[in-house]
Design a protein around this ligand. Sequence first.
Ligand code: ADP
Ligand code: MG
Length: 240
Amino acid sequence: MSNLEHTILILNGKGGCGKTTISTNVASYYANNGFRTTLMDYDPQASSSMWHSLRSETSANINLITAYERFSTVTRSWKLRVPLDTQQLIIDVPAGMNGFELQDLIKKVDTIIIPVTPSPIDIHATSDFIKDLILIGKVRSYPIKIGVVANRVKKESPVYLPLIKFLSHLDIPFVTLLWDSMNYVKGAEKGQGIFDMDKADCKDDIESWDELTNWIDSSKDNSRKIHYLSRQASTVSHIG
Ligand SMILES: Nc1ncnc2c1ncn2[C@@H]1O[C@H](COP(=O)(O)OP(=O)(O)O)[C@@H](O)[C@H]1O
Ligand SMILES: [Mg+2]
């Protein structure tokens, strides 16, 4: 029997919005909270794999799957390669993933986190991306939670009002904002997430994660799992 509690996909059509940073930090969060955690890297650029290779032996254990090294079929490799005792599975994908491959992944996940940097260009591209994603959902209508996270927010200028407006049309939660912080940059260099670091050094960053981790964990209670994708599919047609 599977021990999986969550399969979390970090997704956005754009590069540089924080997919790998959020993937590795979600993995760091669960590993440091005692969960058997697997990080699956679908990106041929292998940034998550690189991060993982830099982790020290004393860090909380995270399994790595280099899924960008393709097996004969995605389905077969998935079954063979995810350790059976995995409780939290986190999937980092490249910017351009779409079509069948993305549809196949979406069938397997229960949570999708979409990071967006709060610039007008990124917000516009992400809005289009979300519409496309919902169209995939319309075909599949799986019970998936989707949430958006504003990443690299500068404390002095959080420009995300247009995004909030757009999301409220679609009934997609705006889950939290993560600060633009050197802790993520340092962590990328050392194979650490903020949950591997000294709490005193990253108090503000850890606080900014509370809402995200609570939101992810809220789906442990199945009765609260909402069929977001099917609901959103009926909304998207109204906003064009
Ligand atoms: N919240 C943040 N604060 C500071 N730097 C960040 C933050 N999020 C991402 N970065 C940096 O931005 C760059 C792109 O992030 P990355 O996670 O690799 O994006 P993606 O995987 O979407 O291409 C990296 O150098 C990363 O360290
Ligand atoms: Mg990446």
